[in-house]
Design a protein around this ligand. Structure first.
Ligand code: ADP
Length: 462
């Protein structure tokens, strides 16, 4: 047995623990590969699911078994709860890992999984419902002493309610969908004359994307940092904090580069976020991995939302802490325990991640993966594989770990230079330019950084 994993297999015999034998990975792409890898080390068999577009994908090759769950459109496959649960039951799985995106924050799916006697690798459906609604999450966070982004107390159900909220906040404001995600359903309003129109647009977009037109209003902060805490909780009130990540490099509210620690956070800011975060997760009897997102402006860290699932950028926290977050999620949710100690987890060095997106899908004709000290490449790509057009454009994550930020920057530059992906068009040239940019190198930037330099970054690239 090659695994360095310690006692999970015995965990199944612990009182109250439910050791997992076989797990359904209810997702695709790089996150499915990521989950399969940890399961293999834990001695857990995996069942991959695939749409017909993903028949020859890497997760299908790596898993012990694979089940087709439908045609390419996500609504008919990866978002189809009944197909996923059927796949789990028919292959004798005892647990389901939802991954990232798709149904990972869908409380109804979590409930369906639980009702079938399967373990859901995530918090309970009740906790997901509470945190999945951004208005209720804000209220709950405020109750536990976290300072929330200034905003309307409830939904902005009418133009009058929106006007009243704006009177207290002042322009600019941002209208957000209560059920929002992926940067959708947000509208920045700078002038009173646009309020009614943008409110209607945001509500329509929210209704179309999230089947709920409920929106609320926040003060729009100019160029804050996006900082988030990675937490693990065992469902019995024990909570570990794996430091923060800075995800301020965003294009259209979507993250491009993440790092840990944040170059703009002081120890007192870190502690104030952590105090409220631990209280919140402890009180909710939260189970598994979760992220609390904040906007940092000056010395203030404002609660924004909770992502009650694994996150794309989790590897940077893994590299600075040495914790396998997927392993811990599984232990927390299946056995009510984790190997990580409660409280602040010691961290070392500096980690950074570049998301590698396929700007034009197609077939990969050549792939050269960087390696060497401190380099990790999480991806579903292999030479000859197809990147289908139906799904999220992220194809890989290049992650580096160095002794400090300067060292991590050198490693990222070196690793990006080594990375060759041919056959599909990717954002590698853009990522190289951001990494080399003097403002990024200075560490002194907020979430409108990319917008202000996008002209320089895009110049000469098609
Ligand atoms: P989603 O859940 O759709 O990803 P978020 O609420 O996480 O939406 O916001 C996405 C991004 O939008 C944040 O990371 C931040 O950069 C920006 N943003 C959100 N709210 C504000 C705000 N009040 N002021 C300034 N920027 C904001």
């Amino acid at each position: 047995m090659s695994s360095g994993f310690r006692d999970t297999r015995r965990g199944g015999n612990k009182p109250g623990g439910r050791g997992i034998r076989r797990l359904l990975v209810a997702n695709r792409g790089e996150i499915a590969v990521r989950i399969i890898r940890t399961c293999r080390e834990m001695g857990i068999e995996t069942v991959a699911v695939y749409s017909t577009a993903d028949r020859n994908s890497l997760p299908v090759r790596l898993a012990d078994r694979a089940v087709c769950i439908g045609p390419p459109p996500p609504a008919l496959s990866y978002l189809k709860s009944s197909n996923l649960v059927m796949a789990a039951l028919s292959t004798g799985c005892d647990a389901v890992h939802p991954g990232v995106g798709f149904l990972s924050e869908n409380a109804e799916f979590a409930r369906l999984v639980r009702d079938q006697g399967l373990i859901f690798i995530g918090p309970s459906p009740e906790v997901m419902e509470l945190l999945g609604d951004k208005i209720r999450a804000r209220e709950t966070a405020a109750r536990f002493g976290l300072s929330v982004t200034p905003g309307s107390t409830g939904a902005a159900g009418s133009v009058e309610a929106a006007e009243e909220a704006v009177r207290a906040l002042g322009y600019p404001v941002i209208i957000k969908a209560a059920a929002g995600g992926g940067g959708k359903g947000m509208r920045i309003v700078k002038k009173a004359e646009n309020l009614a129109e943008y409110l209607a647009l945001a509500r329509a977009e929210a209704e179309a994307n999230f089947a709920s037109g409920t929106v609320f209003i926040e003060k729009y902060l100019e160029n804050p940092r996006h900082v988030e805490l990675q937490l693990l909780a065992d469902g019995n009130g024990r909570v570990a904090i794996l430091g923060e990540r800075d995800c301020s490099v965003q294009k259209n509210h979507q993250k491009l580069i993440e790092e840990s620690p944040s170059p703009g956070i002081t120890e007192s800011m870190r502690n104030s976020m952590a105090d409220g975060a631990v209280k919140l997760f402890r009180e909710l009897k939260y189970s598994g991995a979760g992220t609390i997102e904040f906007l940092a402006e000056g010395e203030n860290c404002y609660f924004m939302e909770v992502n009650a699932r694994l996150q794309v950028e989790h590897p940077v926290s893994e590299l600075v802490t040495g914790v396998d977050i997927v392993q811990e999620q599984i232990l927390c949710c299946a056995e009510g325990r984790m190997e990580t100690s409660e409280g602040q987890v010691p961290r070392s060095g500096w980690a950074m991640e570049c998301r590698i997106n396929a700007l034009v899908p197609g077939t990969v004709t050549r792939l050269e993966i960087p390696g060497g000290p401190g380099v990790r490449f999480d991806s579903f790509l292999y030479a000859g594989c197809t990147v289908p057009p139906h799904y999220d454009s992220m194809a890989a994550k290049l992650i580096v770990h160095g002794t400090d930020r300067q060292h991590a920057l050198l490693r990222m530059t070196r690793a990006l230079d080594e990375l060759v992906i041919e056959g599909i068009k990717t954002n590698i040239p853009r990522q190289k330019r951001i990494i080399e940019h003097k403002i990024f190198r200075s560490g002194n930037f907020g979430n409108s950084f990319y917008e202000t330099i996008s002209g320089e970054i895009e110049h000469g690239l098609d």
